[in-house]
Design a protein around this ligand. Structure first.
Ligand SMILES: CCCCCCCCCCCCCC(=O)SCCNC(=O)CCNC(=O)[C@H](O)C(C)(C)COP(=O)(O)OP(=O)(O)OC[C@H]1O[C@@H](n2cnc3c(N)ncnc32)[C@H](O)[C@@H]1OP(=O)(O)O
Length: 154
């Protein structure tokens, strides 16, 4: 299965969190999971928070952020009757608002799962509800608004 991030136009594929062209980045990969989307990632021990064994909050936000923008593109394509993974030059979305609710410490050393659920598409705006799980434990949730970049965007 092709990841959403593997469909990004080359000029927008350099993000630290999700750009396939960023050799030193996290290279997050997102996929369909039924009508929703998901991504998996196991943060290395360098991403510890104040207490060893817990992932730091910025990393949690990054994972939700990057999974969210990829999901926004896929959801918008689907709303327009298209499959993002079959598009030659799919739309690229950026985050304008991300509100994270940290529910419990996120453990290190385990694979984390990020999920996105579509709340609505309105023109260039995609609203989503996201969550980050360790096993069956929800560690963080988020509300996110992503906006489609205009073709003339830098
Ligand atoms: C990000 C820069 C481009 C570089 C490419 C990066 C690709 C890689 C991405 C990596 C991804 C990884 C993830 C990341 O880390 S993404 C990185 C973090 N995000 C950013 O840097 C985004 C910075 N913002 C912008 O560049 C511009 O604001 C954009 C391009 C998004 C829109 O400016 P543009 O001139 O095109 O459009 P507009 O101003 O007419 O607004 C359009 C509509 O949106 C509404 N609206 C706008 N802002 C907000 C807000 N805060 N809350 C609520 N609503 C907001 C606005 O009211 C309007 O609605 P309406 O009146 O039509 O109803």
């Amino acid at each position: 299965m092709k990841a959403f991030q593997d469909c990004y136009p080359m000029k927008y594929a350099h993000c630290y969190g999700c750009g396939r062209e960023n050799a030193m980045g996290l290279q997050l990969k997102s996929y369909w999971n039924g009508v929703d989307t998901q991504a998996h990632f196991t943060p290395g021990m360098q991403y510890s928070g104040g207490v060893p064994g817990h992932v730091y909050g910025g990393m949690i936000a990054s994972l939700l952020d990057c999974h969210g923008t990829a999901s926004a593109a896929a959801f918008a394509c689907r709303e327009r009757g298209k499959d993002m993974t079959q598009e030659a030059n799919p739309a690229r979305f950026v985050t304008v608002s991300l509100s994270v609710n940290f529910k419990r410490p996120t453990p290190q050393g385990v694979e984390l799962c990020m999920r996105a659920q579509l709340l609505g598409v309105e023109g260039r705006k995609v609203r989503m509800s996201l969550c980050l799980l360790a096993g069956d434990q929800v560690c963080a949730t988020a509300d996110m608004l992503a906006i489609e970049l205009l073709p003339e965007a830098p």
